[in-house]
Design a protein around this ligand. Structure first.
Ligand SMILES: [Zn+2]
Ligand SMILES: [Zn+2]
Length: 456
């Protein structure tokens, strides 16, 4: 008996260590020794590893909000936010992290002084450097219109909860990489990639109304309270609190604003999106910019639309006038369009989870399938989120769109099972009995759903 317990102890201890390490990564509580790597390719995908923690935190947040008597996350807004999060991962699935290439090039050919990758001094300097650069990336993402066109996706939710943290732009990573390049003169790419991930992970848990304040830590850290102000559309919240992990940059550069008890934060965009359509969420501001460019006279004005702030207009300061911002105060009516039938909501969430599973299958098999089929998998995930968004908005053609999507899934499933279209040889969960069972459930759910839409 004792021998058995002794045998189990190391395993239990290692599980405990893994769980606590994973938890620590969400709060930037990590050791330099455990997270320093020589090569970029050796750096784990810490964000991917955090997904189970995201799920647990989402469930815990709902429970805590319920106990606190606060409003719970809305299913339509939550689905829209998580869809945006998964869509933002699709380009990574298709093109890996191509935005790392310029950094590696600068480090290889233009570095001024190469700090050692295994020094804790490098690790801490990089942490500060990445957070400093993030401050400017984030500030410019609000103050330069073409960068805001990407970043506004993150601000488009009128709720503020952990699902909001996942609401990310597909294009943001492709417009922000250049501002991290100065670090490449000194910091090894592998260490920078580590901190870029932890900077993102830290910002997950601060998207909550469960935590009021963190006492003296509010002076140094970016906290839920500070970030609530950042997501606000009350006049006092606009263009404030850009910090990632630390709030000191806002205090230094004059963009800090504390949360006010007498003016509850109203979340979302100054001009709300009023849509659950993921394409519209990602691209609406680009269309708005194109319309503005077309409308304004003169090349100078047209160019200014891209580089000035989103509130700019001819004759106004670069960032626009505060008086032009609608003066909102809580409570406000939120966009909440949803089909009246509860079955539509249940249906949407079932197929939403199905699309997440398809994404995981495609990601797990990416080594074994052609690039064309990888694109088809990504396209199907994208199509599903768009179709479900249309269903939530009760659009006229949404049922036909859904029928077509379900039939397409069944046809592709047939070909995958009966041809050599996909030849998975890697040892992944997809090829296990669990994977087979999951694929059968997906097939059945699309068959039944297609039949329902057909006879409807
Ligand atoms: Zn922002
Ligand atoms: Zn945020």
């Amino acid at each position: 008996m004792m021998a058995c317990v002794k045998k189990k102890m190391p395993f239990l201890l290692s599980v405990q260590h893994d769980v606590l390490s994973g938890l620590g990564r969400l709060f930037y509580v990590i050791s330099p020794a455990e997270t320093s790597f020589e090569k970029v390719e050796d750096v784990p995908d810490f964000v991917n590893k955090a997904i189970p923690y995201f799920v647990v935190f989402l469930i815990v947040e709902v429970a805590v909000l319920h106990l606190q008597g606060k409003a719970l996350p809305r299913h339509n807004d939550g689905l829209s936010s998580i869809s945006a999060g998964i869509l933002s991962l699709l380009p990574v699935l298709l093109a890996k992290n191509i935005e790392k290439i310029p950094y590696i090039w600068v480090w290889s050919d233009w570095s001024l002084y190469r700090l050692s990758w295994h020094s804790s001094v490098t690790w801490w300097l990089c942490m500060l450097g990445v957070d400093f650069c993030y401050y400017w990336v984030h500030r410019l993402s609000h103050e330069v219109n073409f960068m805001w066109a990407a970043h506004q996706v993150h601000h488009s939710s009128e709720d503020y909860n952990l699902t909001t943290a996942l609401r990310q732009s597909v294009l943001q990573r492709y417009v922000s990489w250049m501002l991290y390049l100065p670090l490449a003169f000194f910091i090894p790419p592998s260490i920078c990639v580590v901190h870029l991930q932890f900077n993102v992970l830290y910002q997950f848990w601060i998207h909550t109304e469960c935590v009021k304040t963190l006492g003296p830590l509010e002076w140094v850290l970016n906290t839920p309270s500070h970030h609530r102000v950042h997501h606000g559309r009350n006049r006092y919240c606009i263009d404030k609190n850009y910090g990632g992990t630390l709030i000191i940059w806002d205090r230094i550069f004059g963009t800090f604003e504390g949360e006010r008890d007498d003016d509850t934060v109203v979340y979302g965009l100054v001009h709300p999106l009023n849509s659950w359509d993921p394409i519209y969420t990602q691209l609406s501001h680009w269309r708005h910019m194109a319309d503005t460019v077309r409308r304004l006279p003169g090349l100078r004005n047209k160019m200014a639309v891209f580089v000035n702030g989103p509130g700019w207009a001819p004759g106004k300061p670069r960032l626009g006038e505060t008086s032009d911002i609608p003066d909102v105060h809580s409570p406000v009516l939120k966009y909440d369009k949803t089909c009246r039938s509860v079955w539509i909501s249940i249906y949407a969430w079932i197929h939403f989870v199905g699309a997440l599973v398809v994404y995981e299958i495609v990601a797990a098999c990416r080594q074994d399938i052609s690039y064309f089929h990888l694109c088809l998998g990504a396209l199907f995930v994208f199509w599903t989120f768009t179709s479900l968004g249309h269903l939530y908005e009760c659009r006229k053609f949404a049922p036909h769109f859904e029928l077509f999507r379900c039939v397409t899934y069944l046809i592709v499933d047939y070909y995958v099972r009966h041809t050599d279209l996909v030849n998975v040889t890697s040892d992944t969960w997809v090829t296990s009995a669990v994977g087979s069972c999951v694929c059968d459930i997906l097939w059945l759910s699309h068959l039944l759903s297609g039949a329902v839409w057909f006879v409807r």
